[in-house]
Design a protein around this ligand. Structure first.
Ligand SMILES: [Zn+2]
Ligand SMILES: [Zn+2]
Length: 285
């Protein structure tokens, strides 16, 4: 069974109804693996199931392994939803979550926040199995962090401003190598881990939008994110089979400011000749 990528959420902190918070599913050998759980993650996963990605299970009950790039809210605000909703819908297995330092504390706080509801559902008429609400969280370092029969996962540190623990991930399945950038300024580490990969899913902002914001926010973008031109230059060195853009920030500009796909694609294509697309929620690759 060929590996599939499902772009569940391609957005940023902005509450764009068309773009949920960052969340990507990799289905390897029929098993789903989640990267990031931004707001909307479970609804989008349910929509993907309805679209035919049956590996996710009805009610998203089959998603039991997740990898987190960093603790920013746009990547984690779906966490209670991911823990609770599939459990209520029938998940029996514990959820395994791999992420940066702080994921253990976040996990125990989420479970504490919902303790009344959790206790009710275990002890009440519902009699839900406690195991399905259990979360095994693992605080990772760079290096190979996970392996099973379906894939091998390597984490590497990226550069995301003052966020100390921000990771990108390399997934090696039986038939594909997929790299997910998370949020990052341009870094040579990406080249090291992504060179020759089949699919690179990378964040990018448009130079056109950059030219319209204040110097303070330009400075912010330079430290936290990757411009279209910077990504194009990285892509020339990485040479991925396919480059998928996601998390196209327009931080520093008003909510109403346009952030057209064509602009960022044109900017990249003027430097990089390989295959590049803008990812949309529920796209399958
Ligand atoms: Zn983000
Ligand atoms: Zn971030």
């Amino acid at each position: 069974m060929a590996t599939q990528i499902i772009m569940l959420g391609t957005g940023t902190p902005r509450p764009d109804p068309e773009r949920s918070g960052p969340a990507t599913i990799i289905v390897a050998n029929g098993e789903p693996y989640l990267v990031d759980f931004g707001p909307g993650v479970v609804r989008r996963a349910a929509a993907a199931y309805q679209n035919g990605v049956t590996a996710l299970g009805p009610g998203v009950v089959n998603v039991t392994t997740a990898f987190l790039t960093h603790l920013h809210a746009d990547h984690t605000a779906g966490y209670p939803d991911l823990i609770l909703t599939p459990w209520i819908m029938g998940r029996v297995k514990p959820l395994k979550v791999f992420g940066p330092t702080g994921i253990k504390a976040m996990t125990s706080h989420v479970l504490a926040g919902w303790q009344l509801d959790i206790a009710n559902r275990i002890k009440g008429i519902d009699q839900l199995p406690e195991s399905g609400c259990e979360v095994k969280s693992y605080e990772i370092e760079a290096g190979q962090i996970y392996e099973d029969d379906n894939l091998c996962v390597t984490a590497f540190r990226v550069r995301h401003g003052t966020v100390e623990d921000a990771f990108g991930y390399r997934f090696e399945t039986r038939d594909r190598v997929i790299v997910v950038s998370g949020d990052t300024a341009p870094t040579d580490v990406m080249v090291e881990h992504a060179a020759g990969c089949d699919v690179l899913i990378h964040e990018a902002y448009s130079q056109q939008t950059f030219s319209q914001i204040s110097p303070r926010w330009q400075e912010y973008r330079r430290k936290y994110h990757t411009s279209s031109q910077e990504l194009a230059k990285l892509a020339r060195r990485i040479n991925p089979g396919l480059l998928i853009l996601y998390h196209r920030v327009n931080v520093g500009a008003p909510m109403s400011a346009p952030n057209p796909e064509e602009a960022v694609l044109d900017e990249i294509r003027s430097i990089y000749r390989g295959n590049v697309v803008v990812g949309h929620d529920l796209d399958v690759y």
